[in-house]
Design a protein around this ligand. Structure first.
Ligand code: ADP
Ligand code: MG
Length: 681
């Protein structure tokens, strides 16, 4: 066992109680202590005021140039101030509510203080009195998050002690070749510099080294998983008459976009190869994923197999069944719809036909994974909006065949870094182009007090025979107040449009059947205005709806707004999206502005990531993203891309699995459980 694994209490000054408190922070061993990194640094090096910018935190040394005076005001508030000569600047120093410091200051005394620089007023709003006459060591000090009885100062001491006693035990887990290739700092120096940086440049290099290491290890795991999956699960080498597919593509009412052609090639290559396809297909709303799916499904049918398409809701299943039947009507295939609403004799017949192979393509909800569903020969499984199905559901569907190829489709544009991270073990195809001739959705940002004009605008559109969505945020279903808001908006619209148009209300408290019913009446235009709290079912297609109002739009993230807005702009009419928001925060205003400026889902998702950070990107639920200590998915994209390439290369090289140089990396993989998780989704 390496000494780094020794429990912290082997160190001087750490007794049982301290060890327990450290354990609460996840620090058990000496090594843990050394790897417990600061979350920021306090810079106590002297600053040249010439270079300091407005509001910058500065540390300065100077000579007191006026007698310090204190003014008391309000309830127990005080203001201590004096002039300080710093180089050739005469600045005012102000301490709020620290009048007791007055005793420490005398005219002509040399002192060091730190605080916020107000350039315009030539004033330093001091926060700390650092030292008197003797001066002070000028340092950058690490700040750690701590818990319980552990203080930042105490922790610094323990960490210093750990390095003093154990630093030579730190072994580099990255092979020399990689260190040399990227001129990375060694592990020992990197860790040391993270805690006690020699210079800003060294700190930067330390970070770079540790970020690379972190991302490489993570990607190694992903790439190893991917390799194990490929080797461990031979798939179906689809063989079929390519002329038939070509003829189908030519029969489509439109030419494929270049992006569609590219992803079709990628998918078809996977299907023809003997390994099992495990691919994510990303394409913005309306980018034409369904056509791509239809081609893949036809390939499997042409090769003598059956295909399945699983979607999250009944409405979506019906819509997909309809469009696939329409698309494939001359392709000589049987397409069937299977949901929990298919009952009795019809259900029995359908299941019988499926088992006998009389049905080529089955489309449905999670009913597809029911125990009584048997395929004759399942060759391809497609799931739409994959993140809404659990890993288990997808696995069960996959197991209804013998290693069928698998394609996950999602309309949620995922920023590159997150795609690589959250779906690192999958191959990814992206449709990054919309069919030509789409009319952009005109988007406006207005304040609440413009409601009258919005309603008048809406009335005008309804008069043209269009329909409208009105979205009220309900971020958390338990927030009664929000539901109350939605009901008020619903009542207001009922009154406003009384006798002219019908209004429906949809929210999360409705039963699934009730939701479906409301959606169905909107779809068939029995309801013209749909007030909804829940995000209207992803992928729902009501082309006649061309108007959307989103209340308190700044409460949504950009990606969510984009998904919502995607419910309109699906027909030939000009569509509109009105964002109502009295956003006060810069972040909120920025989001509203961006929404009015672009409709590119990938641009929006990158922005969203930037504004909200990776943790929030996938919503409140478990994001599936790993927590990185040093790496940052927004700024370290290049490192991530490099680490991914390196990991793939390593995993696919013989040397990696045998050579001594890689022993530490291999043991990391072993410990991380990749080999037992090999059958993961
Ligand atoms: P998605 O599922 O990606 O949101 P769909 O597959 O439903 O998008 O396609 C949206 C619409 O665009 C459909 O009406 C479809 O027929 C049409 N479409 C798809 N591909 C093309 C294309 N290459 N050119 C023109 N229209 C297309
Ligand atoms: Mg295959």
């Amino acid at each position: 066992m390496t000494p780094l694994k020794s429990p912290v209490n082997v160190m001087k000054g750490i007794g049982g109680e301290t060890a327990n408190a450290l354990a609460e922070m996840g620090i058990l061993s000496v090594g843990d202590l050394m790897e417990y990194l600061p979350f920021r640094y306090e810079d106590y090096r002297l600053k040249d005021l010439e270079e300091a910018v407005q509001d910058e935190k500065v540390t300065v040394e100077g000579i007191i140039h006026s007698t310090p005076s204190v003014v008391f005001y309000g309830k127990r508030k005080s203001r201590l101030s004096f002039k300080l000569l710093v180089d050739r600047y005469l600045v005012t120093v102000v301490f709020f509510n620290q009048h007791y410091l007055k005793n420490k200051f005398a005219l002509q005394q040399r002192i060091t203080i730190s605080g916020k620089w107000d350039r315009n007023r030539m004033t330093i709003n001091a926060t700390e009195y650092l030292a008197g006459e003797k001066g002070r060591e000028q340092t950058v000090e690490p700040v750690y998050s701590t818990k319980g009885s552990i203080t930042v100062k105490g922790l610094r001491k323990f960490i210093t002690g750990a390095f003093a006693q154990f630093e030579n035990e730190i072994v580099d887990n990255l092979p020399d070749a990689i260190l040399r290739k990227y001129r990375l700092m060694g592990k020992k120096d990197a860790l040391k510099n993270m805690h006690f940086p020699n210079s800003p440049e060294d700190l930067k290099q330390a970070r770079r080294r540790l970020a690379y290491e972190e991302l490489l290890l993570f990607q190694l795991k992903m790439q190893a998983l991917r390799r194990i999956q490929r080797q461990g699960s031979p798939g179906i080498a689809h063989a079929y008459d390519k002329g038939r597919i070509q003829a189908y593509i030519e029969s489509l009412p439109f030419p494929l976009t270049n992006a569609q052609k590219r992803v079709v090639d990628e998918i078809v290559a996977d299907m023809e190869s003997p390994h099992r396809m495990n691919r994510l297909l990303q394409g913005d709303v309306g980018s034409g994923k369904t056509v791509v799916a239809s081609i893949a499904l036809l390939c499997t049918v042409a090769a003598g197999y059956q295909g399945a398409l699983m979607v999250p809701t009944e409405i979506l299943a019906e819509q997909h069944a309809q469009s696939l039947q329409e698309l494939l009507r001359h392709a000589d295939v049987t397409v069937a719809l299977f949901t929990s609403s298919v009952k009795g004799k019809k259900r029995r017949e359908l299941l019988e036909d499926l088992k006998e192979g009389k049905i080529d393509i089955l489309i449905g909800t999670h009913a597809l994974i029911g125990d009584e569903v048997f395929f004759k020969k399942l060759g391809l499984v497609i799931t739409d909006e994959q993140h809404r199905f659990g890993v288990n559901q997808r696995r069960i569907l996959r197991e209804k065949g013998e290693n069928p190829d698998v394609l996950f489709m999602t309309a949620t544009p995922i920023p590159r870094t997150l795609a690589i991270t959250a779906f690192g073990e999958m191959d990814v195809s992206i449709i990054d182009e919309l069919p030509a001739g789409r009319k952009p959705i005109e988007t406006f940002w207005v304040k609440h007090d413009m409601l009258d004009r919005i309603l008048a605008f809406m009335a005008k559109e309804l008069q043209q025979g269009r329909q409208a969505y009105v979205i009220c945020p309900l971020i958390d279903e338990s927030e009664k107040l929000d539901l109350q808001n939605a009901i008020e908006v619903f009542d207001m619209l009922l009154q406003y449009f009384y006798g002219k148009y019908s209004v429906g209300l949809m929210h999360g408290k409705l039963l699934p059947a009730e939701k479906d019913e409301v959606m169905q009446s909107f779809s068939s235009n029995e309801i013209q205005i749909l007030v909804s709290t829940t995000v209207v079912e992803v992928g729902v297609n009501v082309p006649n709806a061309s108007f959307m109002v989103i209340y308190d739009a700044d409460r949504f993230g950009l990606s969510q707004l984009h998904q919502l807005r995607g419910r309109v702009g699906r027909g030939s009419a000009q569509s509109y999206c009105i964002l109502i928001s009295d956003a006060k925060s810069e972040n909120g205003k920025e989001r509203m502005r961006i929404m009015t400026e672009t409709q590119d889902g990938f641009v929006l998702s990158e922005k969203d990531l930037e504004l909200r950070g990776p943790g929030d990107f996938f919503g409140r639920k478990q994001s599936g993203l790993p927590e990185f200590k040093v790496a940052d998915l927004i700024h370290d994209y290049r490192i991530l891309a490099t680490a991914r390439e390196d990991a793939a290369q390593l995993v696919n090289s013989e040397a990696f699995w045998h050579d001594q140089h890689y022993a530490l990396l291999r043991s990391y993989l072993e410990e991380s459980g990749v080999f037992s998780e090999g059958k993961l989704d």
